[in-house]
Design a protein around this ligand. Sequence first.
Ligand SMILES: Cc1ncc(COP(=O)(O)OP(=O)(O)O)c(N)n1
Ligand code: 3NM
Ligand code: MG
Length: 223
Amino acid sequence: MSGAGRGLSEVDWRVYAILDPDFVKGDALERARALMAGGVGVLQLRDKRGDARKTFELGRALVDAARDTKTLIIINDRLDVALAAGADGVHLGPNDVPVGAARRVVGDRLIIGASAGTPERAAALVAEGADYLGVGAIFEARAVKSDASSPQGPELLRAVRRQVGGALPVVGIGGIDVQNAGQVAEAGASGVAVIRALCQADDPYAATSQLRDAFDAGLEPGR
Ligand SMILES: Cc1ncc(COP(=O)(O)OP(=O)(O)O)c(N)n1
Ligand SMILES: Cc1nc(C(=O)O)sc1CCOP(=O)(O)O
Ligand SMILES: [Mg+2]
């Protein structure tokens, strides 16, 4: 059960927005509100340059803004900030607190997401207690994350699904947009995690539903 009382099975993973203040056009909180109105199921705060206080303050504002919505709020990297801000969860990568250690501290109080770049890593993270996986880089993403892997293509998602089965949500990440979201759905992902496609869209509300439609189209049989 998440910090806000929502169970994992109630979450709509199809559009997972990552709000990164370094890439947001305009005001971050205003954009977050538009994304929530557009129906993003998950919104991650990825604040790579803010200090803990600044991330806490924006995180807290996002938690307040999400209160009467179905959007889950996740904090990137910082377990302490996720707990203090009352977020639903934390997303942990290879340079963050290990998933198993985080799980021992928070039990079921937080959803714990983790980054997997290979099927083997995905299996290890599931064993450590991850609730969902972010898998990438699917397409080119080094303009946003300088240490992202070279593009692995949707085949990486297929390989991760073969390894971990359907037991937990798996979102693709890296260079995903309305043009290629369908390929990510076809490869077995539960959703698409995106920065530029939503942080830089002129109309974030419309962009959210376009991305969801593109993802859904990839799920249609015989496509
Ligand atoms: C949903 C999702 N998947 C992967 C990542 C990447 O996390 P990480 O590898 O820790 O890299 P940074 O984003 O912290 O630079 C993510 N943030 N979200
Ligand atoms: C934060 C992040 N993680 C990645 C990974 O491969 O783990 S790629 C990436 C950047 C995603 O930004 P955009 O949607 O604009 O490509
Ligand atoms: Mg990280």
